[in-house]
Every structure is written in structure tokens, then in C-alpha cells.
Design a protein around this ligand. Structure first.
Ligand code: SAH
Ligand code: SF4
Length: 321
């Protein structure tokens, strides 16, 4: 394992954050990019042990937005100054290419100055390709953990790390900016796993990285597991920024849920992206990945940015370098 990673993991957090801020400011100045998140479906065919949307959770409320509803969310986001839309969902079999392609094409046509990001889970190489050709240019698919044995503790056998990695390579080959990511403090995670995470980031060099604490959900097998630590999440954010100076790194909703100042601290530890939620209020409560999930509006995010000493930029916010 690299000596540098070992050193960074043991470094003082204040020092580490300072170093990460310097790297981030060299790449992006004080700019913070916004992404409007539209949670388009809460149906999921998977059964990840950590997630409230898992198929075996019969208590989860299920909904699916229509094309018109999705476009209305984008419309509202555009008016508020957002220039990236992220369509995220559980792995919903109903959202096949036949249904997704027209949605992506329509967003592309109506808002040609916006970036379209998808986060729909594992799909075939052909599907990724077709959605890219329809106009999506970024894809978020967290690997969750870079260690295969640990992956098997977080997921049933039907999911495996090898396939997740194959998807990530297929996404890259299709031409996407690719976002990976992992849970901090997920059950069974060790210091060595974290070193493997960072080594994977160095090797794969993703354009985006989502890092958030594991948070328990009461109707999952991990209901009684403790949440990931704030300190450790900030430490990993900062190290990730140092390793990938030009990457887009969000200060995540999970971080904001763990602590009310979490997102601000995330920005101060090297994150440069915030994702305001555009999901219609009527269904929002059903997209519950973990308990206590906060939904922050644009106004409170703007205030966090100002308090952290940064500045929101209206634009697509592509990665640097
Ligand atoms: N179904 C898609 C997208 C929705 S889930 C997918 O799995 O990629 C989006 C992310 O939410 C997951 O990648 C996971 O990292 C995060 N998530 C799910 N359950 C969580 C929990 N209990 N605590 C923290 N993050 C969680
Ligand atoms: Fe489904 Fe994604 Fe949740 Fe897994 S993490 S159960 S794939 S929504």
C-alpha cells in the first residue's frame, strides 16, 4: 500500500482540510457547482442490505415520476439557475431504454446548455451506450466498497463487485464522465478497506466521487448498525481531493444528514459540488435511502456556501484537468 495514502490517513484533520482547500482552490477557485437532483423512481429490484429502497422493504412507499413530471422538475431547476440535472432512481425495470431514451432526448432538446447526469444503477453496455447517444454525458454509479469480500457483506450474492467494475469500465468506454463512490463506516469496513478505496481512486481516476457516511435505515438488515463517523468522512473527502485535484466531489446529503453543518464542513474539506433536491414534495418522503434524510432547498444551500466562503457558479461545471 502506498506510503503516501498511509500518511494522509493518519494526518491531522485540520491540516488535511487546509491542504485539500488549497488544491481545490487551485483547480476551481472559490466556485461551487450545483446539480439539481430528481429522484425519478423509488422502485428497486435490488436488495442491498444498507438501503431503504431495497425490494424486500415492504414498508417503503413506491412511486415513479412521469416524463411530464420529470420535465417540470427540470424546468423549475433551470429557472433557479441549475445547469446540470441528475436523474436518479432505484433499479426500476420499468425504466428501460424505450422509456428512458425519450426522456433524455427531450431534456437535451429543451435545455441544450445543461449537462444530464444519470444514476440508474447497473445496466448493459448497450443501454449505457444508447443513453449516452440520447444526450446523457455523466453517470454516477458508486462502487460502495473496493474490496470484493466487503462488497459481499453489503450485498446479496446476486450483486458482485466484478460486475460493478465492469459497468464502470463500460460507462467510461461509452464516453461518460464517470462517478464512483463509497460509504464511510459501512458495517465491516476496516482501515485496510479505506486504503483500498483510495488506491482504487488513484488507479481509476474518476471524474466524480461521491463519499458519504453510511446511515442506518430502520427497515433494513443494518437497522442496528452505527452510522459512519463525521470526522472520518471529512478526512476521506479531503484525501480524495488531494489525490484527484480536478474531480467533481459533492458535499453529500448523507453528510448533511449526519450533522446540520456537515455540508458546509464538506465544502471546507475540499468538496466543490452541492446537489439541491428537485423531487416533487408530494413523493420526496418515499425516496428514503436511510433514516432522517434531509431535503435542503436552494436557499439553505446558498447560505452554507456563503458561510464556507465560497461562491455558487451558474454553469455546467465540468471537471478540470
Ligand atoms: N440505485 C442506484 C441509485 C440510487 S442509490 C444505485 O444504487 O446506484 C444511490 C446511493 O445511495 C448508493 O450508491 C448508496 O451509496 C447510497 N445509499 C444507499 N443507502 C444508504 C445508506 N443507508 N446510507 C448512506 N448512503 C446510502
Ligand atoms: Fe436499489 Fe440503489 Fe438502494 Fe441498492 S442502493 S437497493 S440498487 S436503490
Amino acid at each position: 500500500m502506498s506510503h503516501m495514502i498511509q500518511k494522509l490517513l493518519n494526518c491531522n484533520l485540520e491540516e488535511l482540510s487546509g491542504q485539500a482547500r488549497a488544491v481545490r482552490e487551485q483547480a476551481f477557485g472559490k466556485a461551487v457547482f450545483l446539480r439539481g437532483l430528481v429522484e425519478i423512481s423509488s422502485y428497486c429490484r435490488n436488495n442491498c442490505y444498507y438501503c431503504g429502497l431495497r425490494r424486500s422493504n415492504s414498508k417503503a412507499g413506491r412511486y415513479r415520476l412521469s416524463q411530464e413530471e420529470i420535465l417540470a422538475c427540470c424546468e423549475q431547476g433551470y429557472a433557479a439557475g441549475l445547469r446540470t440535472f441528475v436523474l436518479q432512481s432505484g433499479e426500476d425495470s420499468h425504466l428501460n431504454d424505450e422509456r428512458m431514451i425519450p426522456i433524455v432526448q427531450e431534456i437535451r432538446k429543451r435545455w441544450p446548455d445543461c449537462a444530464i447526469t444519470l444514476s440508474l444503477g447497473e445496466r448493459s453496455r448497450e443501454s449505457y451506450q444508447a443513453l449516452f447517444e440520447a444526450g446523457a454525458e455523466r453517470y454516477l454509479l458508486r462502487h460502495e466498497t473496493a474490496n470484493a469480500a466487503h462488497y459481499a457483506k453489503l450485498h446479496p450474492l446476486e450483486l458482485d463487485l466484478q460486475n460493478r467494475m465492469r459497468c464502470l469500465h463500460n460507462l467510461r468506454e461509452a464516453g461518460y464522465q464517470v462517478g464512483v463512490g463509497f460509504l464511510v463506516g459501512s458495517p465491516g469496513q476496516t482501515q485496510e478497506h479505506l486504503q483500498e478505496e483510495l488506491a482504487f481512486l488513484q488507479k481509476f481516476k474518476p471524474e466524480m466521487v461521491g463519499i458519504g457516511p453510511f446511515l442506518p435505515h430502520k427497515d433494513t438488515p443494518f437497522a442496528n448498525e452505527p452510522p459512519g463517523s463525521l470526522e472520518l468522512t471529512l478526512r476521506l473527502l479531503a484525501i480524495t481531493r488531494i489525490l484527484l485535484p480536478g474531480a467533481n466531489i459533492p458535499s453529500t446529503t448523507a453528510l448533511g444528514t449526519l450533522h446540520s453543518a456537515g455540508r458546509e464542513w464538506g465544502l471546507r474539506a475540499g468538496a466543490n459540488v452541492l446537489m439541491p433536491n428537485l423531487t416533487p414534495a408530494a413523493v420526496r418522503e418515499h425516496y428514503r435511502l436511510y433514516d432522517g434524510k434531509v431535503v435542503e432547498g436552494l436557499q439553505s444551500l446558498r447560505e452554507s456556501v456563503a458561510r464556507a466562503g465560497y461562491e455558487i457558479i451558474v454553469g455546467r461545471g465540468d471537471p478540470h484537468g
